[in-house]
Design a protein around this ligand. Structure first.
Ligand SMILES: [Zn+2]
Length: 149
């Protein structure tokens, strides 16, 4: 998707296109592209947020809010790893596969289906602690930034 396509899809009154744009924003770390999208979309934020998106166990509004937060973040210089604590649906192993972080499994509890990972952002070096729960219908991960001296 090109920058104008991201913003066009978010500005459309079509929930399928809006969600496609949200996923595109989620998966993109191209600051130039995201900034261009932010410049077009954020001034119309209220209009964008007004669309009915439904969703299943995870309300689709979550993806929209996440996309809008990331677009706002892209305007500054904050590293995109600051997005992780904003959502419980960043899988640390998938983030590693996408070369965004390096992730180490510290503990897997087979009784509770929970996991503990330590991840390091490959862009800024930020260390994050990730607590995961996998025993429910939808697995989730809670990311917390760690201060490493
Ligand atoms: Zn980072």
């Amino acid at each position: 998707m090109k920058p104008d396509e991201i913003s066009s899809s978010l500005l459309e009154n079509d929930s399928f296109r809006v969600l496609a744009g949200c996923i595109e924003v989620r998966n993109s770390n191209g600051r130039t592209i995201l900034r261009a999208g932010a410049a077009r979309v954020l001034p119309k934020r209220a209009q964008v947020e007004d669309i009915e998106l439904d969703g299943g166990i995870i309300p689709n509004k979550h993806w929209l809010q996440l996309a809008l937060t990331k677009l706002a973040l892209s305007k500054g210089d904050t590293c995109f790893c600051a997005m992780y604590p904003h959502s419980e649906f960043y899988d640390p192993e998938k983030e590693q596969d996408s070369h965004n972080v390096s992730t180490e499994l510290k503990e897997r509890n087979l009784k509770t289906w929970s996991t503990e990972h330590i991840s390091h952002c490959k862009s800024c070096g930020q260390c994050l602690e990730v607590h995961g729960e996998g025993g429910w219908h939808v697995p989730w991960w809670k990311w917390s930034e760690l201060d490493v001296p």
